[in-house]
Design a protein around this ligand. Structure first.
Ligand code: ASP
Length: 302
């Protein structure tokens, strides 16, 4: 397969720790309230085959804060509905003048296939159950606003690991930067094999084991749209794994609570956990903008 164009961001797994730290440093210099014309005259196409609120809007605001023009192409309402293939869509967007394509797609690997075909950078905004690299970067960015370093930090990721591209990207990033990750959930959602995602990752079925001594409690949405075929009793899930304020007390007193969104109040977390002082969920959303500014600037060599 061809190489992706320089500046592409397809996953976290293939990046070195130093590159991740450079991106995080660059994000710290970005401020959407002080726009910089680094990408003036550039066209950023947001190609979304799946629904999105946070990722799409923050990429758009990030691109505009850097002076770029944005074009949104969604599966519904475009020729994708008429059966146009991924690669033909890529060629079309290139022909109209895209300088970078941000793509979200339900198939794992779609961003890499697109990147191998085109001579412009491609940014993965979530591909199937594979990776969501910008979410992992904004998660690390958020953690580092509250903790000195990722080295030695204990992070518990709880819930629907198996369907989560966020969990995969987070495991890679946190492991590369020296954190210890504990994955927790029932076997259908957190299989033992998940421990092989990255070094330093382990799996537990016991919430108490995951929470004791943890610095970061990261909750994941139970992805109901991907549960068909799995025998999951959601009531049992709530009984054993739902995060409540009482359970949160098992974590360190200064632990922070994170969730990539969208949240299901009353399922993976009780509503009052989402609103408690330890919750950093909206901060994560906010941090998506400077992080994506850094990713777009890197894509176009700035
Ligand atoms: N928004 C995240 C994603 O697109 C997480 C989720 O959907 O649960 O992967």
């Amino acid at each position: 397969m061809e190489e992706a164009a320089r500046g592409s961001l397809l996953d976290i797994e293939s990046l070195e720790a130093a590159e991740l730290l450079t991106l995080l440093r660059s994000a710290r210099r970005m401020n959407p309230l002080r726009p910089r014309p680094l990408l003036r005259g550039k066209r950023v196409v947001l190609l979304f085959y799946e629904s999105s609120t946070r990722t799409r809007s923050s990429f758009e605001i990030a691109a505009k804060s850097l002076g770029a023009q944005t074009v949104l192409v969604q599966a519904s309402g475009s020729s994708i509905e008429k059966g146009e293939s991924l690669l033909d869509t890529g060629d079309t967007l290139r022909a109209v003048g895209a300088d970078v394509i941000v793509i979200r797609h339900p198939s794992s690997g779609a961003a890499r296939v697109m990147a191998a075909h085109l001579d412009i950078p491609v940014i993965n905004a979530g591909d199937g159950m594979h990776e969501h690299p910008t979410q992992a970067l904004l998660d690390a960015y958020t953690i580092l606003q509250h903790k000195k370093s990722l080295k030695g930090l204990q992070v518990a990721i709880i819930g629907d690991i198996v369907h989560s591209r966020v969990a995969r990207s987070d495991c890679h990033l946190l492991s590369k930067l020296g954190a210890k990750v504990v994955l927790c959930g029932p076997p259908e959602l957190a299989p033992d094999l998940a421990a092989t995602i990255a070094p330093g990752v382990r799996v537990t079925r016991h919430l108490e084991d995951a929470l004791r001594g943890t610095d970061v409690v990261m909750l994941l949405r139970v992805q109901k749209e991907r549960l068909a075929g799995l025998k999951i009793d959601l009531n049992q899930y709530i009984v054993r794994y739902q995060m409540t304020l009482a359970r949160l007390k098992l974590a360190r007193r200064d632990a922070i609570v994170m969730h990539p969104g969208p949240i299901n109040r009353g399922l993976e977390l009780a509503g009052d956990v989402a609103d408690c002082p330890q919750a950093r969920i909206l901060e994560q959303v906010r941090n998506g903008v400077p992080v994506r500014m850094a990713v777009l600037a890197r894509a176009l060599g700035k």
